[in-house]
Design a protein around this ligand. Structure first.
Ligand SMILES: Cc1cc2nc3c(=O)[nH]c(=O)nc-3n(C[C@H](O)[C@H](O)[C@H](O)COP(=O)(O)OP(=O)(O)OC[C@H]3O[C@@H](n4cnc5c(N)ncnc54)[C@H](O)[C@@H]3O)c2cc1C
Length: 624
């Protein structure tokens, strides 16, 4: 058993609070039994169960107990810690305790929601998780947040609609911004989109408005044809190397360095490029949706479809193909250059495609339009009517079975049409169709932008889909796992313009809050070296993925002998624990998650396997 650090009468004074979550937990878990079992622990002074621990009543109960019963540790068993751990740390701090003398047990997501149909087992699991939390709580130490002086400047990487929005918002919060764009103009994909839903405003007009606002903003410094070549430092004080984009950048050094407190990554997406021949890609009469939209918009007054679309020959029939490179299925689709299948939906293309199809019918009523899809999701407010309008405009919809793909082939020379689209249609009970057309428009997927270099420099993680990954899709959707690195727009996944600018504004607001004070505060869950055990093997340094987080320094021993010993730079350390795993002398631990604490939890969870319900006398403890 791990030593709990409390011997004889000098025991811990732990308060345990079990939440009903208004029935979310107590409908499955016997919370009274869990509280009673927790109360039987020698270190537990009080164990309550309450309807809502996060309510005013719940919070003031904890505060009062800490003060009146002299609690020195608090455990709350409730919903996921990502919802309320911070809430309860604050309660504990208000009561005068160090906020890190608090331990959370998740008995909702991990218990009552996961084991709805086995109440006895759920209660047993909840009791063991609470016992583990008590065991860990007994070993918790007081910790202090890591603080670092904040540089009041932000780097925005990517000058598309998301980067522009983030830069503008930050400047309006009073924050100086360096906006770095790799290409030689601002605007990203939107600049070339033609008319965009839902407002019908041309992409170029929208971007020009935004760019002129950014240009008028003295706090924003725009750097075109520039890229990031090095990132060191940490939240509050990043040192970022910049260099001019050249044909050949290998070996080309960084030109200059900027110091910033936070980085907003708004590097956008890349258009999927189908393999040559797939869906007829490469044939001059097969174009992408973005290209088609551009052509439609460039010749808005032109009534002749061939002249408007820049096609050499008559345009009598057009086929639009959805989901080209999106919602790919193993065994049906081929992985692209990344080696991955894009299993996700690109979200934007359905609406953009049905709008383009409908506009084609309205502008060129003699042109037949076929829309070939697997599923249509014109999501977002008022967008369903785009689908309806397309039908009313005479667009013919053909639905392909989910595990089949339409094919596009050049028609035989004698055919009047240059291309043949072949497919089956589930709307007509699987009829085999052969559609002769003059033009095919491919609604290609939005793929992750080229962020490999930034990922290598910042260590911001990507998801299995290759897009940059947020900490939590609902609760922390614009934060990367690296403190001070925020995500805006389609760098995080397919989004339309409204969603991209919303996430950009959210990222800007996060930065403004983060850098509002003179210092940035970070959680203290970072590595710590026990110098009495360290032998300077350097394995921690070799393993650490975060530059500058762990190093070796000379330490003078009593006898005047100088030896290398490990040290941790707490502001660069991310608390990943890689150093803990490789240290041959057990000299490194992550504060708040020490090995002894893990062992105590494991002991508590595995103790007395047949012991529930355990023989305890509830009258021995105070329970509510
Ligand atoms: C065919 C199609 C039609 C669409 N139609 C609509 C529509 O009608 N309505 C709508 O709301 N949305 C539409 N969209 C979606 C819209 O294009 C996106 O929402 C929008 O482009 C997202 O902007 P962004 O800034 O996130 O990314 P992007 O537009 O991709 O901009 C990213 C910018 O970052 C730059 N960059 C990339 N990497 C770096 C780097 N390392 N360093 C510096 N700069 C870098 C790029 O050069 C680019 O300028 C459509 C999308 C497609 C594919």
């Amino acid at each position: 058993m791990a030593d709990r650090g409390s011997e004889g009468s000098d025991r811990r004074r732990i308060g345990v609070y079990v939440c009903h979550c208004g029935g979310n937990i107590s409908d499955v878990v016997d919370v009274e039994a869990v509280a009673a079992r927790a109360g039987a622990d020698e270190d537990v002074v009080v164990a309550w169960h309450l309807q809502f621990m996060c309510s005013d009543e719940g919070q003031s109960t904890i505060e009062q107990d800490v003060r009146e019963l002299g609690l020195d540790r608090v455990v709350v068993a409730a919903c996921t810690p990502s919802l309320h751990e911070t809430t309860f740390r604050r309660v504990v701090a208000r009561a005068g305790l160090n906020p890190y003398l608090y331990q959370h047990a998740n008995i909702r997501e991990q218990v009552s929601w996961a084991h709805v149909h086995d109440q006895a087992a759920a209660t047993e699991k909840a009791a063991r998780l609470v016992e583990a939390a008590i065991a860990k709580a007994a070993l918790l130490r007081e910790l202090d947040e890591v603080r670092v002086d904040a540089v009041h400047r932000t780097l925005v990487v990517g000058g598309g609609v998301a980067g522009l929005r983030a830069a503008l918002d930050l400047a309006r919060w009073g924050m100086p911004v360096v906006l770095v764009e790799r290409s030689n103009e601002l605007g990203g994909h939107v600049l070339r989109l033609g008319r965009t839903y839902p407002t019908d405003e041309p992409g170029r007009a929208l971007i020009e408005r935004l760019v002129s606002q950014v240009r008028d903003e003295p706090l924003v410094e725009v750097r075109l044809s520039t890229e990031v070549c090095q990132v060191t430092g940490y939240v509050g004080d990043f040192h970022v190397g910049l260099r001019a984009v050249r044909e050949e950048t290998d070996g080309h050094p960084c030109d200059e360095e900027v110091e910033v407190g936070a980085i907003v990554v708004a590097t956008g997406f890349r258009d999927h490029e189908p393999a040559r021949g797939r869906y007829g890609f490469g044939h001059p009469r097969v174009v992408t949706l973005a290209d088609y939209q551009r052509r439609l918009y460039a010749a808005e007054g032109e009534a002749d479809p061939a002249r408007a679309l820049g096609i050499d020959g008559p345009v009598r029939a057009i086929a639009f193909l959805h989901c080209v490179g999106s919602r790919q299925v193993e065994g049906v689709d081929e992985p692209g250059a990344s080696g991955r299948l894009n299993t996700y939906c690109s979200r934007v293309c359905c609406t953009a495609t049905v709008r383009a199809a409908a506009e084609t019918r309205r502008r060129f009523p003699a042109v037949r339009v076929v829309d070939v899809y697997r599923d249509i999701r014109t999501y977002a407010r008022d967008q369903e009517q785009e689908y309806r309008r397309a039908g009313e405009a005479g667009v013919v919809f053909v639905r392909v079975p989910t595990d089949e793909r339409a094919t596009v082939e050049p028609a035989p020379r004698e055919d009047p049409y240059p291309l043949l689209v072949r497919t089956r249609d589930t709307l007509t009970f699987g009829a085999e169709l052969e559609v002769p057309v003059d033009l095919v428009v491919l609604a290609t997927a939005m793929e992750p932008g080229p962020v490999e270099d930034l990922v290598a420099m910042t260590k911001a993680p990507t998801g299995a889909d290759g897009f940059l990954l947020e900490v939590h899709p609902k609760l922390r959707p614009v934060e990367s796992a690296i403190p001070g690195i925020l995500l805006a727009g389609t760098a995080r996944g397919p989004m339309d313009i409204a969603e991209s600018t919303t996430s950009a504004s959210a990222a800007a607001a996060k930065v403004a809050t983060l850098l509002a004070g003179d210092q940035v505060e970070m959680e203290p869950f970072v590595a710590r070296v026990d110098l009495s055990r360290c032998r300077g093997s350097g394995e921690c340094v070799a393993t650490c993925p975060y530059p500058g987080a762990v190093g070796l320094q000379d330490v003078e021993l009593d006898e005047g002998v100088v030896v290398p010993r490990a040290y941790v730079n707490p502001v660069a350390c991310k608390g990943c624990g890689a150093c803990v795993a490789v240290c041959p002398n057990g000299a490194v631990d992550v504060q708040g998650w020490e090995m002894s604490q893990y062992l105590a939890m494991v002991d508590a969870i595995t103790a007395d396997p047949a012991g529930f319900p355990r023989a305890i006398d509830p009258s021995e403890v105070t329970t509510g």
